[in-house]
Design a protein around this ligand. Structure first.
Ligand code: ADP
Length: 463
């Protein structure tokens, strides 16, 4: 690999909302000019104002398609003298074709190389790489399945419940639990259709469904010179429909020895394949205490701030520096070795969304009449489009602000998070604020006992 350093002067963020703001902030701190793109429905959105420049795209496209319009985005980047594109999460972030087109246009893609996106973006390929490395995986089908007969064969060996999963999956889409033969046909059809719609690829595979596991993931940074470090783990077990709602670090309920093994496996998983940039290796920890690899997320994640809070490492800045060609040990990143990364205290992130817990979490839309958040000691707010007068539209995900707390103990981090949420006032649209407070205040959460089955077990928390 080349030893050349290519310092960026201008970065375009091919995204919107809170993650676009997060990246603009990193750029500004590094003295790099930032460029926003926006669809017409976002013309009054907050993220536009946080970049140095902003340009409308997708005039003849739907809002969602605008942020996926590869050619238009690259053409704009070229016209505006952009050095690199940061894709954020979602949208084009895991799209190898887009990463390749950027490179062909002489623009760096801030993330893994295209062939790495291909390799690590496919859950089945990743599972087989994990098996080659003797990393434990959940029993599952070796390849894609499309026939009921194949599934029944798997069930004859492993029994119900099973999980049908999209090979290219993400965000809990294309995933169905099957508990008996009667549910099978519908679940298979639905999973395939959903996968096709979301990922343009209908491939689904099978896994044994673990009862109430914990979701624990390891954050990795890898430079272009073969250096790979981990930034410890996050517990993301508080989920609704397999989507994360509250995340924290450290995952103190998992024995440290087990976590140490997961760090080793995560580092091996990405270094063996020659991965670069930030990435996350996800595991499930079963009730028997065993852990299993599930997938790699080759991009920045929504929950990255909790890791930043306890380690002091700026993951987004690191992504940019890595892409510019710096070594982790260079003064620009300043991670000479694994031991230099220490963590202090506890951090929790709660995702405030405009979903209404009383209406089965249907996203609400409309004008925010009043928006008052609360920072103060131990609180970081990563905001999206929250301000008094903002329009919440139905086109995108409903995340409005991430409340990230830090405390020397888990209890202190909970207290600060709850305090911030209680002081928060958002009116005009429904939010899940009270629900988040209920979860944080629950004894099982404080004791670190909450697993992925927590919300199903405690439906009253919605009120
Ligand atoms: P996605 O890429 O769509 O987010 P993941 O593979 O990361 O899907 O899984 C998301 C969540 O679904 C996990 O955190 C976990 O709660 C649940 N899950 C996934 N695989 C299994 C499994 N085999 N058994 C039980 N739960 C699972």
């Amino acid at each position: 690999m080349s030893n050349q350093i290519n310092e960026y002067e201008k970065i375009l963020v091919a995204n919107r909302g809170e993650i676009a703001i997060r990246v603009f902030r990193a750029c500004r701190e590094l003295g790099i000019r930032s460029v926003a793109i926006y669809h017409d429905v976002d013309k009054t959105a907050l993220f536009r104002t946080k970049a140095h420049e902003s340009y409308e795209i997708g005039r003849n496209r739907t809002p969602l398609k605008a942020y996926l319009a590869q050619d238009e985005i690259i053409e704009l980047a070229q016209k505006k003298g952009v050095d690199a594109i940061h894709p954020g999460y979602g949208f084009l972030s895991e799209n190898a074709e887009f990463a390749r087109h950027c490179q062909e246009a002489g623009i760096d893609f801030i993330g893994p190389e295209p062939d790495m996106l291909e390799k690590y973006g496919n859950k089945l390929a990743c599972k087989s790489l994990a098996e080659d490395l003797d990393i434990p995986v959940i029993p599952g089908s070796d390849g894609p399945v499309s026939q009921e007969a194949e599934i029944k064969e798997f069930v004859a060996e492993h029994g119900y419940p099973i999980l049908i999963k999209a090979a290219a999956g993400g965000g809990g889409r294309g995933m169905r639990v099957v508990r008996n033969d009667d549910e099978l046909t519908k679940a298979l059809n639905e999973a395939q259709k959903e996968a096709g719609r979301a990922f343009s690829q209908e491939d689904v595979f099978l896994e044994k469904y673990l009862p109430g596991p914990r979701h624990v993931e390891v954050q990795i940074l890898a430079d272009k010179h073969g250096n790979v470090v981990h930034l410890f783990e996050r517990d993301c077990s508080i989920q609704r429909r397999h989507q994360k709602l509250i995340e924290y670090t450290p995952a103190f309920s998992v024995p440290q020895q087990v976590r140490d093994e997961m760090y080793d496996d995560a580092v091996r998983m990405l270094s063996e394949g020659g991965y670069t940039s930030a990435g996350t290796v996800e595991f499930l920890v079963g009730q028997d205490g065993n852990y299993y690899f599930i997938e790699v997320n080759p991009r920045i994640q929504v929950e990255h701030p909790v890791t930043e809070m306890v380690t002091g490492v700026d993951i987004v800045q690191s992504q940019i520096r890595i892409e510019e060609g710096y070594e982790l040990s260079s003064s620009r990143i300043d991670i000479p070795d694994q031991e230099s990364i220490q963590r202090t205290g506890y951090s929790i992130q709660a995702r405030v969304t405009t979903e209404d817990p009383r209406q089965d979490f249907q996203p609400d839309t409309g004008r925010i009449d009043l928006y008052r958040t609360s920072s103060g000691s131990g609180i970081r707010l990563d905001g999206g489009n929250g301000f008094t007068g903002a329009e919440v539209t139905p086109y995108f995900d409903s995340l409005i602000v991430k409340v990230i707390s830090w405390g020397r103990s888990f209890e202190a981090a909970i207290q600060k998070g709850v305090r911030s949420l209680e002081e928060m006032e958002i009116s005009g649209v429904a939010t899940n604020r009270d629900f988040l407070i209920n979860v944080l205040n629950h004894d099982d959460f404080a004791a670190g006992k909450a697993t992925t089955g927590f919300l199903e077990k405690n439906p009253w928390l919605k009120i």
